[in-house]
Design a protein around this ligand. Structure first.
Ligand SMILES: *Cc1c(COP(=O)(O)O)cnc(C)c1O
Length: 354
């Protein structure tokens, strides 16, 4: 039996997608081989590759003056690739809202002068700090739109004027509608809310491809853009799985449809936490994530007991991040509302000592 998997990533995938992939595993669409065995230069693979790109453009309403890149190396590689490519004046601003944005800041510091524009570190990243100043001469302004570990998200994005807004959307992409035209660059590791691990998506405004920096060709966005992300062998199977996930998302009413579902789904869990005597949500109510819900009983031993009991009952990966402890339920697009309702029922019983 499949567990309800609350992993923060790699995360649960839609069952329908896995079943379809299983059917097509040995021979794909009469092409005589598995997708994994296709040449990335073949027409059969290219059709899958382009369909995935087109679907993402459609689902996120990505304007024509943006390129979609399918890369590897995870969001972590983007922490370095972004400053390498976007450097102009040699300065960039960062909002520090958790572990991932802190890492993006640290990596960029190796390449340019990185400045902290705002931070909620002193308050354990429980909320999104107010942004008081944006350096006009910054090469870009970096945020992490949804904070996977501490469970906060930006509900409004800062107006950065001519400074390109860059967002790590690894755990929030495709969960709600975003106006892509507000951003210079969006990036995300696929393994949270897009598809399986191995693929990294970068959405970049075309003018930003033209910044001249002396860096190895392989790390240049423009090289990848000019070759339709086929500079070398792309992660073909991950891209195929991503295409299936995007088709699934489209069948659920696209991003607008899934957003509605995500809001209702997260509410089930937050309402429970707000009324429970035992469990408490950790993030500030004003900035709660729809995707990652950290919570705790306030007692480390009890948290551990809960993780164990929950796993036995079929609710897995509910431990908090190793840096912060406590508990966390990641409820990405593929987690059905029934899964969250079942978890809440279980928490209720646990609280009553049954
Ligand atoms: C998981 C995560 C990362 C790291 O992603 P990798 O693909 O493993 O490098 C970065 N940022 C955010 C917001 C994440 O959730």
């Amino acid at each position: 039996m499949r567990s309800y998997n609350f992993s923060p990533g790699p995360a649960a995938l839609p069952k329908e997608v896995l079943e379809r992939a299983a059917k097509e595993m040995v021979e794909y669409a009469g092409d005589g081989m598995s997708v994994m065995e296709m040449s990335h230069r073949s027409k059969m693979y290219e059709d899958i590759h382009n369909a995935a790109i087109d679907l993402l453009r459609e689902l996120m309403a990505i304007p024509d003056n943006y390129k979609i890149l399918f890369l590897q190396g995870g969001a972590s590689q983007q922490f370095a690739m972004i400053p390498m490519n976007l450097k102009k004046n040699g300065k960039a601003d960062f909002v520090i809202t958790g572990e991932w944005s802190a890492r993006a800041y640290k990596e960029a510091s190796n390449i340019l002068e990185a400045k902290v524009a705002a931070s909620s570190e002193n308050e354990k990243f429980a909320f999104i700090p107010e942004i008081k100043e944006i350096s006009a001469d910054a090469d870009y302004f970096h945020i992490c739109s949804n904070n996977t570990i501490t469970g906060t998200r930006f509900l409004e994005f800062p107006d950065t004027g001519d400074v390109p807004l860059v967002a790590d959307m690894s755990s929030g992409i495709l969960s709600e509608i975003f106006d892509v035209s507000k951003f210079g660059l969006i990036y995300a590791g696929a393994q949270k809310n897009i598809g399986p691990a191995g693929l990294t998506v970068v959405i970049i405004r075309e003018d930003l491809l033209e910044r001249e920096n002396k860096i190895p060709a392989f790390f240049k966005y423009k090289q990848h853009a000019d070759t339709n992300s086929m500079l070398n062998t792309p992660p073909t199977y991950s891209i195929y799985m991503t295409k299936l996930c995007l088709e699934w998302l489209k069948s659920k009413g696209g991003v607008a449809g899934i957003q509605k579902n995500n809001e209702a789904k997260a509410k089930v869990l937050y309402d429970f936490l707000d009324n429970s005597q035992m469990f408490k949500g950790i993030a500030a109510k004003s900035h709660r994530s729809l995707m990652n819900v950290p919570f705790t009983t306030g007692d480390e031993a009890k948290d551990k007991d809960f993780v164990k009991a929950a796993a036995t009952a079929g609710f897995v990966n509910l431990g908090g991040h190793r840096l912060v402890g406590g508990l966390r339920a990641s409820i990405y697009n593929a987690m059905p509302t029934e899964g969250v309702q079942a978890l809440v029922d279980f928490m209720e019983k646990f609280e009553k000592g049954k």
